[in-house]
Design a protein. Structure first.
Length: 277
């Protein structure tokens, strides 16, 4: 497989501290699309001036992980794509092992590295393992399988890759891990450390919104309500408790969790955005 068959998409949002380590680890013969969820022209110029194989698109505002990835994927002409988080780093043989995988499993839909997954696969005898889910920090996509419909853009944050894997499973598609493909993942936030509290409120809001939306999408409203009710009750109680002891920071976190659940239950869009300049 040559470099004309694989491209890379990286979605960023104030990820200057992380993205350059990631880009340096990518072979220079691969096209990279960076989608920055802002109007940061300085970031765009810096990235494009530093790497001749990188093209950066600005969304103008924070459109979320799913919509930004779909924008990046729509720019590709290759058979395959690798969707990366900006806080990742490719092992020097990662692409070589991907090429070997493609020669063995031409009919795959999704592929991920076996490291940094929910399950430890190091003791498995086979290098290639069929699974039902992948973590979203690094996913190879066989673009021909998706008919230009990749991530559900109703998600702003969280559950995007879980939803993608569920759709592949329902269509009878194959999802694999390859132990030979190593992509390191920092695991920390890909956002600068400024305005941490505001970002935490946003993360909690969207985690709850996406949790209910996902279960409603695949299990129906009633089952989703039963699943989410303990989290709703807990968030309500903790909001009141932290208000009474004047811990406003934690009160705001649990209020956001409760708000995310209620907005999702009422069928409202995933509208909350962090106030980060």
């Amino acid at each position: 497989m040559d470099s004309n068959e694989l491209s890379i998409v990286i979605v960023t949002f104030k990820s200057e501290e992380k993205i350059f380590t990631c880009l340096k680890s990518i072979p220079a013969n691969l096209r990279v699309i960076v989608v920055e969820n802002s109007n940061n022209n300085y970031f765009k110029k810096k990235v494009e001036d530093s790497f001749s194989n990188v093209e950066c698109f600005l969304t103008g505002c924070n459109k979320g992980y799913a919509a930004a990835n779909n924008l990046g994927l729509s720019k590709l002409k290759t058979k395959f794509a690798l969707v990366l988080n900006p806080d990742t780093e490719l092992d020097r043989n990662a692409i070589k092992h991907f090429n070997s995988f493609v020669n063995k499993k031409k009919d795959f839909w999704l592929l991920g590295p076996a490291n940094n997954q929910e399950t430890d696969f190091s003791s498995y005898q086979n290098d290639i393992i069929e699974v039902k889910n992948l973590k979203g920090f690094a996913i190879f996509l066989n673009l021909e399988k998706f008919n230009n419909y990749y991530f559900d853009e109703k998600y702003f944050l969280y559950f995007e890759e879980i939803d993608l894997c569920k759709r592949v499973e329902k269509k009878g598609g194959k999802i694999f891990l390859d132990k030979k493909i190593i992509i390191r993942h920092d695991g920390a936030s890909s956002v600068n450390k400024e305005s941490t509290n505001e970002f935490e409120k946003s993360r909690n809001w969207h985690w709850m919104w996406s949790t209910f939306y996902y279960h409603k999408k695949y299990k129906g409203y009633l089952i989703a309500s039963i699943i989410i009710f303990p989290k709703l009750l807990s968030s309500f109680i903790k909001t009141i408790f932290y208000q009474l002891i004047f811990n406003i920071e934690k009160k705001n976190i649990y209020f956001c969790r409760m708000s995310g659940i209620l907005n999702s239950m009422m069928g409202k869009k995933s509208w909350y955005r962090p106030s980060i300049d």
